[in-house]
Design a protein around this ligand. Structure first.
Ligand SMILES: NC(=O)c1ccc[n+]([C@@H]2O[C@H](COP(=O)([O-])OP(=O)(O)OC[C@H]3O[C@@H](n4cnc5c(N)ncnc54)[C@H](OP(=O)(O)O)[C@@H]3O)[C@@H](O)[C@H]2O)c1
Length: 330
C-alpha cells in the first residue's frame, strides 16, 4: 500500500500543521496501539492527536521515543497535539502542571499544539479526578478561562508549546479569550462531520484566522463513541457512514463513503483527525488527496447537514456547569 504525502496548512502561530492526522481517543490496547501507530507512519500520517484525558499518552511517548532513536523519523517530522484537561484550568500553575505531565508522558521536550480540551473549568483535586464531577468544584469566575489561557501563552514563551488553541468552546468563550490574548488562538477543535458541519462556527473561525479541526469526522460511531459519562450519544437515526446518498456518490468516484466524507472536509478547509486501528482503514483514510469532489457534489454534501451534535456533554448540562458551551447556536 502506498505512502501518502499529507499537505500542510500554516497556522496563525506561523507553524505548519498537516491537514489530516490520526485520532487516538480511547485507543489503549498496547499491542493494537503500537501496530496502528506504526501503520499510520507507514501510510503517511505525521500528526497524532491525543489528550491528557485519553490516558494513552505514555504509550505514544514510548512508541515515538523508539521511532526517534531508530532514526526512522526526526522529532521535527511529527506533529503532536495534546489537550489540557478541565480540572487543571483553575489556576495558571495547574495548567502548567498538566502540560509538564503531558511532556513527560509523551517523552517530548515540546508540544506542537496544545488545546484546552473543554471550557468546563473546575477546581483541581487530583490529576485524574472524574470530570462530570461534583458541581461544588465548578468554577463560576468568568475570568478563569482567560487566566488559564495566559498560562498557555507563558508556555509558548518558554518554548514548551509551539501553537495553542481551544476545543469544545463556543463563540462567546472564544471571543472572551481573544479579546485579552497576547498570542493567537491558532486552532479550534470541535465535532465536525457530514451531519454536523459547523457552518456558522467555521465562518466565525475564518473571520478570526482560527483553523478549524474537525473531530469525529466519520461520526465517531460504535460503543466507543457513546460514553457512559454522557459526553457523547448516538445519532437519532443512521450514522453518516451508513448514508445511502454518500454510498452512491462514493461508487461514482470509486472511493469509500469514509473517503468521500473526509475529502469533503479537506476541500472545505477543515483539518481532520480520523481514528482507526484497522490496517486497511488506516491506509484508506489518509488516501484522500488524489481526487477532487466537483462543485455540484460539494453542494450536495453541504445540503446533507442535519446539525446533529453527538458530543453533547449531557452530564455537565444536567449539572448546570456555568461554562456549558452548547446552549449557544455556535
Ligand atoms: N476534542 C474532543 O473533545 C474530541 C472528542 C472526540 C474525538 N476527538 C479526537 O478526534 C478523533 C476522531 O474522533 P473519533 O475517534 O471519535 O471518531 P471517528 O474518527 O469519526 O470514527 C472512528 C470510528 O470509525 C471507524 N472507522 C475508521 N475509519 C473507518 C472507515 N474508513 N470506514 C468505516 N469505519 C471506519 C473506527 O473503527 P476502526 O478502528 O475499526 O476502523 C472507529 O470506530 C479522536 O480519536 C480524538 O483524537 C476529540
Amino acid at each position: 500500500m502506498k505512502m501518502i504525502v499529507v499537505p500542510e496548512v500554516e497556522l496563525a502561530s506561523g507553524e505548519k500543521m498537516p491537514r489530516l492526522g490520526m485520532g487516538t481517543y480511547k485507543v489503549v490496547d498496547e499491542e493494537n496501539f503500537n501496530n496502528s501507530l506504526q501503520l499510520a507512519l507507514d501510510a503517511g500520517y505525521r500528526h497524532f492527536d491525543t489528550a491528557f484525558a485519553y490516558v494513552n499518552q505514555h504509550k505514544i511517548g514510548e512508541f515515538f521515543e523508539k521511532v526517534f532513536q531508530s532514526g526512522q523519523f526526526k522529532r521535527s517530522d511529527i506533529f503532536f497535539t495534546t489537550k489540557v484537561r478541565a480540572n487543571f484550568m483553575d489556576s495558571k500553575d495547574h495548567v502548567k502542571n498538566c502540560v509538564e505531565l503531558c511532556l513527560k508522558e509523551l517523552r517530548l521536550d515540546y508540544i506542537d499544539l496544545c488545546l484546552f480540551h473543554s471550557p468546563f473549568v473546575m477546581e483541581y483535586v487530583s490529576d485524574h479526578q472524574e470530570i462530570v464531577g461534583d458541581p461544588i468544584l465548578f468554577v463560576h469566575d468568568k475570568q478563569a478561562l482567560v487566566r488559564a489561557w495566559q498560562a498557555l501563552e507563558d508556555l509558548v514563551d518558554e518554548g514548551k508549546i509551539r501553537s495553542i488553541g481551544l476545543s469544545n468552546f463556543n463563540s462567546e468563550q472564544i471571543t472572551r479569550i481573544n479579546n485579552e490574548a497576547r498570542k493567537p488562538i491558532s486552532c479550534l477543535q470541535v465535532e465536525c462531520h457530514l451531519y454536523f458541519q459547523q457552518k456558522k462556527m467555521k465562518a466565525f473561525c475564518e473571520s478570526h484566522n482560527i483553523q478549524l479541526i474537525g473531530y469525529a469526522p466519520l461520526g465517531s460511531q460504535g460503543p466507543l463513541g457513546a460514553t457512559s459519562l454522557g459526553i457523547a450519544t448516538s445519532f437519532s437515526s443512521n450514522a453518516p457512514l451508513q448514508d445511502e446518498n454518500v454510498k452512491i456518490m462514493a461508487e461514482r468516484y470509486k472511493k469509500t463513503s469514509a473517503q468521500i466524507m473526509l475529502r469533503y472536509q479537506i476541500q472545505r478547509n477543515v483539518l481532520i483527525i480520523p481514528r482507526s486501528t484497522n490496517k486497511q482503514r488506516i491506509f484508506q483514510n489518509v488516501d484522500v488527496f488524489d481526487f477532487e469532489l466537483t462543485p455540484d457534489d460539494m453542494a450536495e454534501l453541504e445540503r446533507m447537514d442535519k446539525i446533529e451534535r453527538i458530543f453533547r456533554a449531557g452530564g455537565l448540562k444536567k449539572k448546570n456547569h456555568p461554562e456549558y458551551p452548547y446552549d449557544l447556536e455556535f
